[in-house]
Design a protein. Structure first.
Length: 168
């Protein structure tokens, strides 16, 4: 479902609107056609219990979307906020040379993802290999004019992070 709602809705023949919403019944129909046994009750359970709070419904539950992490061009109506003084980015040690040279780039996503605590960042880093947690001077970035967004599921987002704001 993450692949469909964040990266490739066309894999099951659906489209996302400009704000990332998919028609919930079309999502269910498309997933069932691809061999995933899913109904509205299961979909509701996924939204309610996903440990990353990755998905949300609109008010009448006719639409569903991923809260952040898209590689497709959508506006999920993120809230722009002043970040805490420090945020954290979990990555793998194999990416350090590139980060030291280029900073943190959004790559194929719409934003760079940041965590409010080191534990969450470490868990993210483990998904990519031998983990390392980088401290980001987010307060300084904000004062220097960078924008920060806070997603529905508690992930901090920004467009890029220059090396000068990263503590290795």
């Amino acid at each position: 479902m993450s692949l469909i709602l964040r990266h490739s809705p066309q894999t099951i023949g659906i489209t996302l609107d400009e704000n990332g919403w998919a028609n919930a019944s079309e999502l269910l129909e498309g997933m069932n056609k691809k061999g995933y046994a899913i109904n509205m009750e299961i979909l509701q359970d996924i939204v309610d219990t996903n440990n990353k709070k990755r998905y949300s419904f609109n008010d009448d539950k006719t639409k569903i979307r991923a809260n952040q992490g898209h590689s497709v061009d959508v506006d999920v109506e993120l809230k722009e906020l002043e970040p805490p003084e420090e945020l954290y980015h979990g990555t793998a040690t194999r990416f350090l040379d590139s980060i030291k040279e280029h900073g943190l780039q959004k790559q194929n996503r719409n934003h760079v993802h940041l965590s409010k605590d080191k534990e969450t960042a470490a868990a993210v880093g483990k998904r990519h290999g031998n983990p390392i947690v980088l401290t980001i001077k987010s307060g300084e970035m904000y004062r220097d004019g960078y924008r920060f967004y806070f997603s529905e599921n508690g992930v901090w987002l920004t467009d890029e992070i220059s090396v000068k704001y990263i503590v290795f």
